[in-house]
Design a protein around this ligand. Structure first.
Ligand SMILES: C[S@@+](CC[C@H](N)C(=O)[O-])C[C@H]1O[C@@H](n2cnc3c(N)ncnc32)[C@H](O)[C@@H]1O
Length: 247
């Protein structure tokens, strides 16, 4: 059976999330470089890079940064200057040598798509790809903020698409069901996003179990310190722990 994330990240996704653009990426990458200057040099993977909005910014500082994403459609939307620095693949089987990366950045919640066991395996896999002293940046939702601000239903227009979205927390997952209607033809399409809603404490514990220390936590793309009651994001900077060996 195909998973939702194999089909959803296409031109419709790009149209609906077009507000998440280069300005946000500029701020996010500047924040990341100030908290983790290690990301400025050497091989850094923008994992699940989409159309490369963060990668384009990071590559102005770090010419060895590269990206990988599963979505052919989003990769095709990347600016021409990124050609040659983009790979298509699945994050669960990365074509990267162990210990070879100084950084891995996962921007705008490309984590939590799988089962708990597979999410944990992914973290362990990513830890193994990092060189000693490397950094894994995990840009994730703040679960408390999501629950407190959940809009159960809304309707919006995006580039010729009417989008009715219904959101709910089901078990431990944030589920967003959308009905997209093309205004020109009336054709409809249904899409469901389902992302594990880990608490910051769950993420810290999982990181520790996978041999990663949390060295910084930011609460937004401006680099404000993380506050569980109010921060929109949990942006963790994780470093391989050389003392505890992951199982
Ligand atoms: C919410 S988007 C974020 C994209 C990008 N980081 C950004 O900020 O614009 C999630 C991304 O994860 C990618 N993705 C989903 N499942 C994946 C997988 N198994 N392996 C690699 N990429 C995947 C999608 O194609 C999509 O580009």
């Amino acid at each position: 059976m195909r998973e939702w994330f194999q089909d959803w990240f296409d031109q419709d996704y790009a149209a609906i999330y077009s507000g998440r653009g280069p300005e946000e990426a500029e701020a996010a990458v500047a924040m990341a470089l100030s908290l983790a200057p290690e990301l400025a040099r050497g091989p850094v993977l923008d994992l699940a890079c989409g159309s490369g909005r963060h990668l384009a910014v990071l590559r102005r500082t770090n010419p060895l940064a590269f990206g990988l994403d599963l979505s052919r459609d989003l990769l095709e939307l990347a600016p021409g200057e990124l050609r040659g620095w983009l790979l298509r693949g699945d994050m669960r089987a990365l074509p990267v040598r162990e210990g070879s990366l100084v950084g891995i950045c996962m921007w705008f919640t490309p984590f939590g798509y799988f089962s708990d066991e597979d999410n944990r395996s992914l973290l362990l896999h990513l830890r193994r790809l990092l060189a000693p002293g490397g950094i894994l940046l995990l840009d994730y939702m703040n679960a408390q903020h999501v629950r407190a601000n959940l809009v159960h239903e809304d309707e919006a227009l995006h580039h010729g698409l009417r989008v009715v979205s219904r959101r709910s927390v089901e078990g431990h997952r944030l589920v967003k069901r959308m009905v997209l209607t093309r205004l020109d033809t009336g054709a409809t399409r249904k899409v469901t996003e389902s992302v594990r809603l880990y608490e910051p404490g769950d993420l810290r514990a999982m990181a520790r179990e996978c041999g990663l220390d949390v060295v910084h936590e930011a609460g937004d793309y401006g680099g404000e310190p993380f506050r569980e009651a109010s921060s929109p994001r949990w942006i963790g900077f994780l470093r391989p722990n050389v003392v505890e060996w992951p199982s």
